[in-house]
Design a protein around this ligand. Structure first.
Ligand code: PMP
Length: 303
């Protein structure tokens, strides 16, 4: 990763190399942490963080789902984010707030460990590659099923949950694909290892409901963009064969932004190139991120 100067850790800005923890922290052993992935973009009015409040609210909800009390308020975390971006002098960056059970006891159910909180910021380009963002990515239906909400909680962005994503993402990449598409326990399409998923057929956009997928902030933004463009979008379960015969498909996420999908399981989707709805959404979303669309100005929080 590309290093930056400073990391905000437990209330202070520390040098990048000094933002370390003890090997006995609970979160490292059991994944008892919650985190966010946020991006800040260059705009004509300076650096702006995309939907910071929504991300910090999701962090708080994730913590609640893990019985965790965050030792900092939303306002304090916002101020920390500004301080961090300022200290690193990054015109655009990826931001990673994380809160985890720290050093104390190592029993699985230990509850009295302190909660450590850190925010990292560093430059990060297109998550699924520049080529992927332009031409579309190739997906493989994963042999790993997206976890059920009675095993873990898809509404939480929790560290431990990501073992499911790691297994799926690694399997797909080892087999020569760009990303995995996970199905839910009922066999319906859920999401990518780090992205929400959409298909387009006969002008209607479909995305799986929030049963076994992360409530993506990009997903919500894209749904709003589609509706504002009078394109129908429905939250509906659909099986993998609906993807094979879709006209278009795309993935959304903070890291991946809007990434077209050109193949699933070696079957070409539509014409095998990004379709008109995908291109439109990508363009409006990109303009919104960079402060070029007045309709979405309130999605940007200026540093
Ligand atoms: N699903 C998963 C599993 C993810 O990790 C992410 C990335 N946070 C997303 C969906 C997309 O969410 P967002 O748009 O909020 O980044």
């Amino acid at each position: 990763m590309q290093e930056a100067n400073k990391i905000w850790m437990n209330g202070e800005l520390v040098d990048w190399a000094d933002a370390t923890v003890h090997v006995g922290v609970h979160g490292l052993h059991y994944g008892s942490g919650v985190f966010e992935g946020i991006r800040a973009y260059e705009t004509p009015k300076g650096t702006a963080v995309f939907r910071l409040s929504e991300h910090l609210e999701r962090l708080e909800r994730s913590a609640k789902l893990l019985y965790m009390e965050l030792p900092y308020s939303q306002e304090e975390l916002k101020a920390a984010t500004w301080d961090l971006i300022g200290a690193n002098e990054l015109p655009s960056c990826y931001l990673r707030p994380i809160a985890f059970y720290g050093y104390g006891q190592l029993g699985v159910s230990a509850r009295d460990n302190p909660v450590d909180v850190a925010i990292m910021a560093w430059p990060w380009g297109a998550y699924l590659g520049e080529d992927g963002a332009r031409k579309g990515v190739r997906l493989k239906t994963s042999s790993f099923v997206r976890f059920h909400h009675n095993s873990l909680m898809p509404l939480a962005k929790a560290s431990g949950h990501y073992v499911n994503s790691i297994l799926a993402g690694y399997e797909a990449r080892r087999n020569g694909y760009d990303e995995a598409l996970l199905l839910d326990v009922h066999g319906y399409v859920a999401e990518g290892s780090g992205e929400n998923f959409f298909i387009v057929r006969d002008g209607v956009v479909k995305t799986p409901p929030l049963n076994s997928v992360l409530p993506g902030i990009t997903r919500a933004a894209v749904m709003k963009i589609l509706r504002d463009a009078s394109i129908e979008v429905v939250e509906q379960t659909f099986p993998r064969d609906a993807v094979y015969i879709a006209d278009e498909a795309f993935m959304t996420g903070t890291a991946a932004e809007v990434t077209p999908v050109r193949e699933l399981d070696d079957r070409m989707i539509g014409a095998g190139v990004p379709g008109p709805v995908t291109i439109k959404v990508q363009e409006v979303f990109r303009n919104a991120l960079h402060g070029r669309d007045a309709r979405y100005r309130d999605w940007l929080h200026y540093v």
